[in-house]
Design a protein around this ligand. Structure first.
Ligand code: ZN
Length: 463
């Protein structure tokens, strides 16, 4: 008898647990359904569904919309290609795209209809981007068959006007998976501006320069000496030229490697790491509702020679292009970075005027006095090294970089900078993978982009 009683109690317990579990599951499913559907592990549920809101560029050009049950994209193939990483292709392959990151806003999940809400309901929703799609198309084609990324943003309000990543593809004619084994198309789904980090080369000297201005007394008056070759603990560090006696301003302008090696050695590992971390290295930086690929500055296993090379931007340092754009914005804006963003407004009711304007965030990256000094040095570099003709009539501040990548490949070319004139508040970053010298590869792309932006700003197009 006793054993029957025990079994009965066990049975009741099992039945009770079953109903408790069922209750919990139903609660999660009904009350938190939206969270489950749009969780990053369940993106496949919402991707590819056609009933989504529109995505517009800053001038109202429709980049993606749903018509008669079909998700369609811009009619111009070059615009479709240039914007594919930003807009997305309706699959899960580009997690940083607006269609992935703002799936919840674009779909308008309903607990009753789920993701199957009628097209008419979701058609009223839209997201307006700050990008100029025609400019993106132009800049994208100026890369020809090179890989890389180009960015330009308004450093006073944070609006990204140009963001392209190469190689790209046509969303109406998606590549097969096989295509990824083609070297020319390697990383085709990657938005390089957000999800990659490159060897920075000489553009990193701007960070080393900021560390020197903050931490070395009277560094601007200091005389450095470059004899072309320096042996650090048996390791050779070499410069392109013998610059002789040279001050910090000319060292940045002439991109003297020995001076920036000396600065890193004088500051030492601990101070260099501390300053780089203050400026955003070794931590994940937020970008809208996602994160950027981390920029790295690590010296755990570095020799003294490696420390010297790290100040020049070689060693193992990596830099994310959007992180660099933020740094350019901070130098231009007295040390405060107005955080860059692509989404200008989210309109849930289909009425542009009631669109939710997103809050603009700011980050203090540099002391105001340090920012002002680097700004003047970059202006000096522009005038004396590259010449104002390159961006004429815009007056710019700039720095190029040529980052050695080894393996017998051509170096990555960088050009970064911003306008000296606050009535044209634009900062930019261009990286050309294996493009050779920065001035030769990234220079012409930056020049075309800035000239176009300048005339648009002056014509009042961006206000
Ligand atoms: Zn030198």
């Amino acid at each position: 008898m006793r054993s029957i009683k025990v079994r009965l109690i066990m049975l009741y317990l099992i039945v009770l647990l079953f109903f408790l579990g069922l209750g919990f599951f139903s609660y999660e499913l009904i009350i938190k359904s939206e969270k489950w559907v749009f969780s990053s592990v369940n993106r496949h549920l919402s991707q590819g569904r056609v009933s989504q809101g529109e995505i517009l560029d800053r001038f109202g050009e429709v980049l993606a919309c749903t018509r008669n049950g079909k998700r369609t994209y811009h009619e111009d193939i070059n615009i479709r290609k240039a914007l594919v990483h930003t807009v997305g292709d309706g699959s899960v392959l580009i997690p940083t795209s607006v269609q992935s990151r703002y799936a919840k806003e674009l779909f308008g999940y309903s607990p009753i209809a789920g993701l199957g809400a009628p097209e008419i309901i979701n058609m009223n929703k839209s997201i307006t981007l700050s990008l100029d799609s025609k400019l993106c198309s132009k800049v994208s084609s100026s890369f020809k068959d090179k890989k890389g990324t180009a960015l330009a943003y308004n450093y006073l309000n944070g609006e990204i006007i140009c963001m392209v990543s190469l190689p790209n593809y046509d969303v109406e004619n998606k590549p097969s998976f096989k295509i990824q084994t083609d070297d020319k198309l390697e990383g085709i789904y990657l938005n390089r501006a957000l999800s990659s980090s490159y060897t920075p080369g000489s553009v990193f000297k701007l960070f080393t320069c900021a560390a020197a201005l903050d931490s070395m007394e009277d560094v601007e008056a200091k005389k450095f000496f470059c004899s072309k070759i320096k042996i650090v603990d048996g390791e050779k560090v070499s410069c392109m030229k013998k610059h002789g006696n040279i001050n910090l301003k000319d060292a940045l302008s002439k991109s003297c490697d020995i001076v920036f090696c000396d600065i890193a050695l004088e500051l030492g590992k601990e101070k260099m790491i501390q300053k780089m971390e203050e400026m955003g290295f070794n931590s994940s930086i937020s970008f809208e509702n996602s994160k950027l690929s981390q920029s790295e500055y690590r010296l755990e296993e570095a020799s003294q020679g490696d420390l010297g090379w790290s100040g020049i931007g070689q060693y193992k340092n990596t830099l994310n292009p959007m992180h660099m754009l933020r740094f350019m914005g901070a130098i231009a804006n007295n040390g405060v970075c107005i955080e860059p963003h692509t989404v200008k407004s989210i309109n849930l009711e289909g009425d542009e005027d009631t669109g939710e304007k997103l809050e603009v965030k700011t980050t203090l990256m540099l002391k105001p006095s340090t920012a002002q000094k680097i700004r003047e040095m970059m202006r000096y570099t522009m005038k004396n090294q590259y010449g104002d003709k390159m961006f004429s009539p815009a007056l710019m501040c700039a720095k190029t970089g040529t980052a050695e990548v080894g393996e017998g490949k051509l170096p990555h070319g960088w050009m970064v900078g911003f306008s000296y004139d606050a009535s044209f508040p634009v900062a930019f970053v261009v990286v050309v993978e294996n493009g050779d010298f920065g001035i030769k590869s990234a220079g012409p792309i930056a020049s075309n982009m800035i000239k176009h932006l300048y005339s648009s700003f002056k014509n009042g197009k961006y206000f």
